[in-house]
Ligand binder design. Structure first.
Ligand code: AHR
Length: 515
């Protein structure tokens, strides 16, 4: 038998068990031109289930759970640790039913309303504009107010802008603000002009919404031109490219700062499946839906490029994340779900996509922050748990406002039956101190993957690493075991022949720092 014939079965055997599986990653250059907006790491808090009430807000009189003006201190600390850059509120679908005047003034005089989208529960409006904007100041985050276009009026919308952002004494609205305890304006730059206008926001056509948007945008004005408001149009759902085309064509770009896309990773809207009890094929399908984000962004951006080659209008993804069945025993309308390593992999690979498209994607908001959908925080009474998704967000915060370093990635494939997914996802950036941060996700549920990295000037750099992984894809943190999944130091890398070789375990997220 020839030498080659003897070696071939060994190669075949090694590659079939993954030992030879290798991906390559080349840094195109070490000077970035685009910056990764910190707002890509944004969050979303809707009046839905236990996100606000019994989530962020436990009431001013609460003596059991430490709070500042009713806002949980542990949540504030946890989110500050993420450097939470912005928080979108009050919806979602709720936003187009919300009348902001019901949520100001003495609490006992505030009228209640019915939360028609989320379980027909009674909303007592005890958490309103002042409570939210003060909470943002406590968090050190920028508010993103999502205004009511579906069932409100232009006047109501424009009054909210004046009430929150105009200088003291400038109108009866700011007099009212002062009477309610706040003299100086808050800083509110980000304004959503409706939410899901194609659905719960009014079931409008793209053409009709484009006209309505122009009308609302005309009256969404600030006090001076020095600190311009950022007006966000309700954008497409998933692959509704006609919606993006219509908005880009029909809305003058001097009244449009951004369009907001929504995409959830749901395997089947009628059969979403358990958040924790799932098999590998379900995981694969969730990741297929998640990684579709790349194609969606590419295609929406191509349309935007046609009308706006200078990229003045931003694409936001102001709702994204995994959506599963609610936890057994919880209210079906409250969307309370657990969060596993599947969500960690989904988060890491989605954030890599956003980073790599940061020339057009300027903000993203994970749905949602506390106790709803792919939450970073879960609470139960006085207890709080940080989810695997939280830990990925925390590991990735190094990319906030850093220069994107474009990568050429040649990845192995993760195969299931006849279907394939890229096994490796990555993005890199350089921060203000000159440190390069590289995030790598191995999507493959079974095989560890070796990634060979070409980076000029590698020799002489100090490299540190962190990893989020677990023995099982279904691993998650519970109130009994809050530390079951948490980041650890990572050292599975070496510099060899001028290349950095990293071995990434299955379904894990790694962040390397090179200085
Ligand atoms: O995040 C939950 C809901 O999903 C939001 O209210 C809505 O905008 C979307 O359909």
């Amino acid at each position: 038998m020839s030498k080659m014939k003897r070696i071939l079965p060994i190669i075949f055997c090694l590659s079939s068990i993954g030992l030879l599986a290798q991906s390559t990653l080349i840094f195109r250059n070490v000077e970035g031109k685009d910056s990764i907006s910190r707002h890509i790491y944004g969050h979303f808090a809707e009046h839905l289930g236990r996100c606000i009430y019994d989530g962020f807000y436990v009431g001013e009189g609460n003596t059991q759970i430490p709070n500042v003006d009713g806002v949980r201190k542990d949540i504030v600390e946890a989110l500050k640790n993420l450097k939470i850059p912005n928080l979108r509120w009050p919806g979602g679908c709720f936003a187009d039913t919300y009348h902001w005047r019901d949520g100001i003034g003495p609490k006992k005089e505030r009228p209640a309303m019915l939360n028609i989208w989320w379980g027909n529960v009674r909303e007592d409006n005890s958490f309103g504009t002042h409570e939210f904007l003060n909470m943002c100041e406590l968090l050190g985050t920028e508010p993103y107010l999502s205004g009511n276009v579906g069932s409100g009026t232009v006047q109501e919308f424009s009054d909210w802008v004046k009430y929150t952002t105009h200088p003291n004494g400038s109108s009866p609205l700011t007099d009212l603000r002062q009477k309610n305890g706040r003299s100086t304006p808050w800083k509110v730059k980000y304004w959503g002009l409706g939410n899901e206008a194609w659905g719960c926001g009014g079931n409008m056509t793209a053409e009709y919404y484009a006209n309505i948007y122009r009308q609302y945008a005309t009256f969404t004005t600030n006090w001076t031109n020095s600190d311009r408001l950022f007006r966000i149009a309700s954008g497409a759902s998933d692959d509704d490219y006609h919606w993006t085309e219509t908005l880009m064509k029909n809305i003058p770009h001097n009244m449009l700062e951004a369009i907001a896309l929504h995409h959830y990773s749901v395997i089947d809207w009628n059969k979403k499946g358990s958040a924790t009890a799932f098999d590998e094929s379900t995981y694969f399908k969730t990741m297929q839906k998640g990684l579709l984000m790349e194609e969606l962004i590419q295609k929406h951006v191509a349309i935007m490029d046609k009308y706006d080659p200078k990229k003045k209008v931003a694409l936001l993804v102001d709702e994204w994340g995994g959506w599963y069945d609610v936890e057994p025993g919880s209210n079906g309308a409250f969307l309370y779900q657990q969060n596993t390593m599947r969500d960690a992999v989904l988060t890491g690979s989605t954030l890599n996509i956003f980073n790599n498209h940061c020339d057009r994607v300027k903000m993203a908001n994970l749905a949602q922050c506390v106790n709803v959908l792919q939450a970073v925080i879960l609470t139960h009474g006085a207890k709080m748990v940080l989810t695997p998704t939280y830990h990925v967000m925390e590991m990735y915060k190094v990319h906030q406002d850093a220069q994107l370093l474009p990568l050429d990635l040649k990845t192995e494939q993760y195969q299931m039956g006849n279907e394939k997914l890229p096994a490796i996802s990555a993005s890199a950036s350089k921060d203000k101190t000159g440190q390069i941060n590289l995030s790598i996700v191995n999507v493959d549920a079974n095989q560890k993957r070796t990634v060979n990295i070409d980076l000029p000037g590698l020799n002489g750099k100090t490299i540190t690493g962190r990893i989020l992984t677990a023995p099982k894809l279904q691993a998650h943190n519970t109130f009994e075991q809050p530390g079951a999944v948490q980041p650890a130091a990572f050292r599975e890398f070496k510099v060899q022949n001028g290349q950095l070789q990293v071995v990434v375990p299955p379904f894990s997220v790694v962040v390397l720092g090179l200085k």
